[in-house]
Design a protein around this ligand. Structure first.
Ligand code: ATP
Ligand code: MG
Length: 284
């Protein structure tokens, strides 16, 4: 049985000339094959311009393939008749929380999208309350969104998506504009959604520590997937990651240097605790 909630098949995408001052058309996705398993937590990492956002926008039919195909829960994203269904299945959260706020009261903001998608009024109240509770923002339901911190605003934006009861949520660098506290709040809300509610999560990020939390890490470069697997395995490909302009977590970098110097340490001790253990064993 096919468990993929999102499937891309030889996905290609070219921005045509004339868009955003482009003088010539540019191939940005160059044959991407990905199956995102329902219920999984997948992080996507890649240098600036590697095509991450373009790929994300294919996951709920904001963009349509120039070549190949995208299936959302089996629905062809190019099938205009399924557009509403696709948008209900996969919700999208973007980088800037300020651009995603549409109302003057938190709970009205969260109600906005599901209301537009036709959720009946009697269900709406419950959906909004549950979504706000899921991201830890219920006590702020009557507050003005513009007075909240960045992390709080972003959690309200996530609640707005959750209130549509999507099976999958795609977040494009949702913590890029947040301070460390806001980043932690948002990441833990995302993890809870995945673990507790079984929502499939696709998290695009520049932060190695966030990528390390995912069950699967996909690395993109120049419109292609160049590595795909559990973070512990992917991060061991230190030279390959560096060659495409990425760093590796500090733990991996340290262990890698020690190995280069001939010491027998494991490269997969990704967490601080595991890394400390590995160093301790070296001294013992
Ligand atoms: N609307 C557009 N019109 C033309 N070219 C675009 C458009 N959006 C993005 N591009 C180009 O497509 C390429 C991939 O962009 P994309 O935004 O998908 O990359 P990204 O990996 O998300 O980058 P970042 O890390 O900076 O967010 C880049 O070269 C970018 O300049
Ligand atoms: Mg981007």
């Amino acid at each position: 049985m096919d468990q993929a909630i999102i499937q891309t098949k030889n996905l290609q995408f070219t921005y045509s000339a004339g868009q955003e001052g482009q003088e010539e058309s540019r191939c940005v996705l160059n044959g991407v094959d990905l199956d995102i398993e329902a219920g999984s937590f997948v992080a996507i990492l890649g240098h600036n311009g590697s095509g991450k956002s373009t790929l994300a926008k294919h996951m709920n039919a904001i963009l349509l393939p120039s070549g190949g195909a995208v299936y959302v829960n089996g629905m062809d994203s190019a099938d205009a008749v399924r557009l509403l269904d696709i948008r209900r299945t996969v919700g999208m959260v973007f980088q800037n929380p300020d651009n995603q706020i549409v109302a003057n009261v938190v709970e009205e903001d969260v109600a906005f999208a599901p209301e537009n998608l036709g959720v009946p009024q009697e269900q709406l109240r419950r959906r909004v309350d549950d979504a706000l509770k899921a991201v830890g923002m219920y006590q702020f339901r009557e507050h003005a969104p513009h007075l909240l911190s960045g992390g709080q605003k972003q959690r309200v934006a996530i609640a707005g998506v959750i209130a549509m009861a999507p099976r999958c949520i795609v977040l494009d660098e949702p913590t890029a504009m947040l301070d460390p506290v806001g980043r932690r709040e948002v990441l833990s809300a995302i993890q809870d959604l995945n673990r507790t509610s079984g929502v499939t999560v696709v998290l695009i990020t520049h932060h190695m520590d966030e990528a390390a939390q995912a069950g699967r890490l996909v690395v993109m470069s120049k419109g292609k997937v160049i590595a795909d697997g559990p973070p512990k395995e992917v991060f061991q490909q230190v030279e390959q990651l560096r060659s495409v302009g990425l760093t590796v977590p500090e733990t991996t970098a340290l262990l890698w240097e020690l190995r280069q110097a001939g010491l027998d340490v494991p490269l997969d001790a990704l967490s601080d605790a595991d890394c400390a253990q590995a160093l301790y064993r070296l001294l013992a």
